[in-house]
Design a protein. Structure first.
Length: 223
């Protein structure tokens, strides 16, 4: 269903994975990768949202550093991914998100665009809400914590966390509840990365239930 496209951004041209629904779209979504790149999992996420009626696009942020970077879900992949996202920084990535949103905003009747991100991408989605005003869904975005208290949501916000996530302890979830009273926060009986079929923490019941909440969120706020 999906296919590679070229995307012009403030920091240069990068690739992206785009999928369009087989029906008139409900809305448009920018999908933000984990630290592992726009890999098979993220491409499948884009395709899944398209199957549910959304124009979806995932910018390949790592193209700013090198072409076709896809990392494995292992210690080496985690280490390299952390190095790459540190090199990218949030500002350049948010420029890419904004460019992707402009690319797809004309694809729907409403012109509304949302953003959904996973892991590191969950924190990017949060910042896209606060700085770009995009309705956002964040999955286990632990890097959001340093921004709490001085970055304020400018659009509807939904956050998913796993109650067994060793990277986002209960006190960090509590900080999100304290600082983001306007946000809707879901806590699932799962660990970190529960939405990804390729990760050890994949938890199908939580992934499916979170997807349904996510789809309902975008149905309310993008139509």
């Amino acid at each position: 269903m999906g296919h590679p496209v070229s995307l012009s951004t403030p920091s240069g041209r990068i690739s992206a994975w785009r999928a369009d629904p087989p029906i008139p779209p409900h809305g448009a979504l920018v999908v933000v990768q984990e630290i592992f790149g726009v890999n098979a999992h993220i491409r499948a996420v884009v395709d899944r949202f398209a199957a549910h009626g959304y124009v979806a696009i995932a910018p390949a942020f790592f193209d700013h550093i090198g072409p076709q970077i896809e990392l494995d879900y292992d210690e080496a992949g985690v280490a390299k991914g952390r190095e790459l996202v540190a090199e990218l920084g949030f500002d350049r990535v948010l420029g890419d998100v904004e460019a992707a949103a402009r690319e797809i905003e004309g694809s729907t009747e409403s012109g509304k665009v949302g953003v959904v991100g996973y892991c590191w991408g969950g924190s990017v989605a949060f910042l896209a809400n606060c700085r770009l005003g995009l309705p956002a869904v964040s999955y286990y975005g632990g890097r959001t914590v340093p921004f709490l208290g001085h970055e304020r949501p400018k659009a509807p916000l939904l956050l998913h966390f796993g109650e067994n996530d060793p990277l986002i302890p209960p006190e960090h979830v509590a900080l999100h509840r304290e600082h983001l009273p306007e946000a809707h926060i879901e806590l699932w009986p799962a660990g970190h990365g529960f939405n990804c079929e390729q990760r050890a923490d994949y938890h199908a019941p939580s992934a499916q239930a979170a997807l349904q909440r996510t789809l309902a969120f975008f149905q309310r706020h993008l139509r």
